[in-house]
Design a protein around this ligand. Structure first.
Ligand code: WAQ
Ligand code: MG
Length: 647
């Protein structure tokens, strides 16, 4: 049977041929990609400087010996002389006497990448290559994965692992170590008997000299075996103590460990900078990428009619609003946009918010409180979930788009409590559509407030892009929430409904009341985008046609895909696999982020492909082919685990 792992992963970063940083780990095959990513990040972000070359090597660990960490003690010294005197005293306990002469040899360890291997009694040097020295390698903290980068970055833990391995090498009777970091004045002495004895000050601050001396006692014939053990034997060290950091810094270590654990699961997030206007082309690290994940569905964010409106508004009304809507923040563009939104959606009134997230939280918390009940679809967006949680109401989650389940659950609560039912109109990570007519019917029959989130349906659904109500030709919900940040190419959110509803929100919705009003440029841009959409309703039809075309191309290629909106989800399942596929697509020039927990349930990671009205058929065909290739190329790219940004 084929054996896979464990593996030694070694990283070495250099600049102009000189060593900058290095690290090594012993990990399972499954963890190797994440560890490669972690070590690569460490190399690229090392405080000692930016490397021009990073080598990462993965080799089979072979047989592994497990050792218990040496016991650790910290000895506070206040001067280097005091530290060296203490080192001498500690080594004398191991029968090493010529300490002063040994300390003198640290003059020569400075340029060595490895340690000096010294006969403890004759002080004869035993390394085959004196310039390099002997390197202890193939070792790791047995729990390093669980401890994450905090442990990996920690000199202390690494030194204990090394010292433990060294003291178990045949013939070794002691070690003395001085860091080569000019700012790190702590060193240690180690023997099997006294363990790892830290010496807080063993050299002068600013002194770049440092090194390691391994002390050997035994027959010369045995030296090669000692070196083999140090350089070739894989060792995992158990129970490595956690660093006693300078007082008051443990909170950051714990946070770093928590973050590292998140990253090791394939759940780390990054932001990727695109140096291009919002639109179907992104420029990342100098490479042009076809964007297949934008919510700027109608390609309006860079439309000159929209950007001119924003620029004009900035010049006329200012960049920011200067206050809450209720104090000084309401300007004519706010009022104009709200009137336009209400007309567009066929409602009496509308209210703008700074973001869609705030609109959801603001509406739900204003309409439901302690004693009330909110019914929420299990796949609703995080901002709805957060609104429900913040409201303090009883939250009842019903099965996705299952109106029978909803009805059954509503019927279980008496009409004496205020009831609100909330659902996405188009579900953001699945792209499917709410059964709105039945949803409204259930709400009406049970006298419950109906609320829908039109973030992904405004500008996309309906003959003229007015959204899900236009699509179904049905009535309106009580509360219609939407965003200015997606198809409308601007930023912000809104709530539409009756004048009574917006009047209530104006007086009761905390995110509306207690945030600075969005700036006039964002309001004017959204207003202009609405006008573009009214003049060019073909954009909405085009985005749907594009999504259907992409889904049919994928299906033709054997990749399961369907859509009811601009969103075409492609299920992958495993988080790290989704990251890998996303990266493979990136390498081919397509920007499709991997969507992972907590955005979707664990184990249901996916690619969220979203099309724009301006994508060409040719671009979508190429994308479909690339997606297929990326999904089927799993073996080749397995070792790469850089994490793309994703919500
Ligand atoms: N094998 C043998 N020698 C090594 C190795 C190795 N794997 N790695 C480093 N050395 C030698 C090399 O000459 C370096 O210049 C020298 O050791 C010091 O290495 O708070 O940071 O990586 O308890 O600078 C010890 C105190 C810190 C930690 C040690 O060593 C604590 C440290 P550095
Ligand atoms: Mg160092």
């Amino acid at each position: 049977m084929e054996r896979s792992g464990p593996y030694c992963v070694k990283m070495r970063a250099s600049r102009d041929g000189a060593h900058v940083s290095g690290a090594e780990r012993i990990v399972s095959a499954a963890d190797a990609p994440a560890v490669v990513a972690q070590l690569t990040r460490r190399a690229l972000g090392h405080p000692k400087g930016v490397p021009d070359s990073v080598n990462v090597k993965i080799e089979s660990a072979g047989e592994i010996v497990r050792l218990k960490a040496l016991p650790v003690a910290t000895n506070a010294t206040s001067t280097p002389a005091e530290g060296r005197a203490l080192a001498a005293e500690l080594l004398r306990g191991a029968g090493v006497t010529r300490i002063d002469e040994i300390m003198e040899l640290f003059r020569e360890t400075h340029a060595m990448r490895g340690a000096m291997l010294l006969d403890a009694d004759t002080l004869e040097r035993l390394e085959p290559d004196r310039a390099r020295g002997v390197r202890a390698t193939r070792m790791d903290d047995a729990d390093s994965l669980a401890k994450g980068t905090a442990a990996a970055k920690n000199h202390f833990a690494e030194a204990i692992v090394l010292a433990t391995k060294v003291q178990h090498a045949p013939g070794i009777v002691g070690e003395i170590c001085v860091s080569d970091d000019p700012d790190y004045v702590t060193g240690y002495v180690a023997t099997r008997e006294i363990g790892y004895q830290r010496i807080t000050v063993i050299k002068e601050k600013g002194d770049p000299a440092g090194g390691r001396i391994f002390l050997y006692r035994g027959p010369r014939e045995q030296v090669p075996e000692t070196i083999r053990f140090l350089e070739r034997q894989s060792v995992l060290v158990e129970d490595v103590p956690v660093l006693p950091k300078p007082e008051g810094e443990a909170r950051w270590d714990r946070l770093a460990a928590d973050l590292a654990a998140v990253e090791a699961e394939g759940l780390g997030r990054r932001c990727r900078t695109s140096c291009a206007p919002t639109g179907p082309i992104a420029v990342v690290d100098g490479r042009r990428l076809l964007v297949l994940s934008s919510n700027d569905y109608l390609d309006l964010a860079r439309d000159p009619r929209v950007t001119d409106a924003a620029a004009d508004a900035a010049r006329r009304w200012g960049a920011g609003s200067g206050g809450s809507r209720l104090t000084t923040g309401t300007q004519p563009p706010h009022v104009a946009l709200e009137e336009h939104l209400a007309r567009f959606k066929g409602c009496e009134s509308a209210l703008a918010y700074g973001t869609g997230y705030m609109a959801n939280v603001g509406a739900i918390t204003a309409l439901a409180g302690r004693g009330d009940v909110v019914f929420s679809d299990e796949l609703n967006h995080a901002s709805i979930i957060d609104g429900c949680r913040l409201s303090g109401a009883t939250v009842v989650v019903y099965r996705h788009n299952d109106m029978l389940d909803l009805e059954r659950r509503i019927a279980g609560f008496g009409a004496s409590r205020r009831r609100l039912v909330v659902s996405d109109a188009v579900f953001s990570m699945d792209g499917d559509m709410l059964d709105l007519p039945r949803f409204l019917d259930v709400c009406r029959r049970h006298d419950a407030f109906s609320m829908i989130d039109e973030a992904h349906s405004t500008g996309v659904l309906g003959a003229t892009g007015r959204g899900i109500c236009e699509h179904f030709g049905c009535g309106l919900p009580d509360i219609l929430m939407g965003t200015l940040s997606k198809a409308l190419g601007s930023e912000g959110g809104f709530v539409c409904g009756s004048a009574l509803l917006t009047g209530w929100l104006r007086s009761r919705s905390r995110p509306f009341i207690f945030s600075t009003a969005p700036g006039a440029p964002a309001m004017a841009a959204a207003d202009a985008a609405l006008s573009v959409l009214e003049a060019e309703p073909w954009r909405a039809a085009r985005v749907r046609e594009n999504a259907e075309f992409l889904a049919s191309e994928l299906t033709r290629l054997g990749v399961g895909a369907s859509t009811q909106s601009a969103i075409v989800p492609i299920r992958v399942g495993d988080e790290r696999e989704a990251v890998r596929v996303s990266e493979a697509l990136l390498a081919e020039g397509f920007l499709v982020p991997a969507i992972r927990y907590p955005t979707v349930a664990r184990g249901s990671a996916r690619l969220r492909v979203a099309v724009m009205s301006s994508h060409s058929r040719e671009e979508l065909s190429r994308a479909a082919a690339a997606i297929r290739r990326a999904l089927t190329s799993r073996a080749d790219a397995r070792t790469s685990a850089l994490q793309p940004g994703s919500p």
